[in-house]
Ligand binder design. Structure first.
Ligand code: KIV
Length: 297
């Protein structure tokens, strides 16, 4: 087995201005989702800049059909784990549906829990329009906010399903204007999901903050993929914007079937998987059992 390249632990945490500087240097930003400490550490060791604790966890980890059922309590548990694993990457917690839409106060209370109790560096919220005051309110209390436009999965019913957005001039223009408004409201970065590449490119050019694309083409300042999609853990069919870099479904399936077969035929565990006991102790144990049995007779 090859040893993964290890990033020395002393590498300092990335800062948000460093992401902006990467955009200015035209250096692409990498972001992945993660939902546990080990995955976050692997992302860190692979030199990923941003780890998103996506509310996609509702689907990938918790088995729901959409992201809507994700709760604050669930997202807090996952964010704590990711924050323990990720040292250098910026950890962004996705605010779940219902945790920020109701009022600025509610959004602040919940975002504070992510940052103060769970160790997130920033939060992400979907949408613009009425959400602009949320962004301002969060930034005003010192919580960095990542925006999210295009296919916003928390609004999947309103959008008519998981489909590309911004494909008409009017819709594209709305996203263009909304992107500018989110930047002015204080967002430090913006996810663009499932929008045509030329629209994402124009938005990227117009903004000073980095855009992170998912299904938005190569001209965004960075890219994000969902952990399970990237590693081939998502059941087929996957969205067209997914590139699978591994087939862990096959790897895990093969390993589990081998384990089941070994246990059933008695070839696991082998002596090297077990613990020894001195002959004296074993003899004492056996004679105590024998004496106990004799007394009961
Ligand atoms: O929840 C999530 O994983 C996301 C990404 C797709 C950006 O919002």
């Amino acid at each position: 087995m090859s040893t993964p390249t290890r990033i020395p632990p002393e590498r300092p945490k990335l800062s948000l201005p460093e992401l902006t500087a990467m955009k200015q240097r035209r250096q692409r930003i990498t972001m992945v989702t993660a939902y546990d400490a080990r995955s976050a550490r692997l992302a860190d060791e692979a030199d990923v800049e941003v780890v998103l604790v996506g509310d996609s966890a509702a689907m990938t980890v918790l088995g729901h059909d959409s992201t809507v059922p994700a709760t604050m309590d669930e997202m807090l548990v996952l964010t704590r784990a990711v924050a323990r694993g990720a040292r250098r990457p910026i950890v962004v917690a996705d605010m779940p549906f219902g945790s920020f839409q109701v009022s600025d106060e509610r959004a602040i209370d919940n975002a504070v829990r992510f940052v103060k109790d769970a160790g997130a560096d920033a939060v992400k919220i979907e949408g613009a329009g009425p959400m602009l005051t949320r962004v301002r309110a969060l930034v005003d209390v010192g919580i960095p906010v990542m925006g999210h436009l295009g296919l916003t999965p928390q609004s999947v019913m309103l959008l008519g399903g998981y489909k590309a957005q911004g494909r008409t001039a009017a819709q594209a223009h709305r996203f263009y204007d909304a992107a500018g408004a989110l930047e002015r409201a204080g967002c430090f970065a913006l996810v663009l999901e499932a929008v045509p590449p030329p629209v994402a490119a124009r938005i990227t050019d117009a903004l000073g903050i980095p855009t992170i694309g998912i299904g938005a083409g190569a001209d965004c300042d960075g890219q994000v993929l969902v952990w399970h999609d990237l590693l081939g853990l998502t059941p087929q069919p996957v969205p067209r914007f997914v590139k699978q870099y591994a087939d862990l479904t096959a790897v895990i399936g093969t390993a589990l079937r081998a384990y089941v077969a070994d246990v059933r035929r008695g070839s696991f565990p082998e002596p090297q998987h077990t613990y020894t006991m001195s002959a004296d102790e074993l003899e004492r144990f056996e004679s105590e059992l024998a004496a106990g049995a004799a007394r009961r007779r």
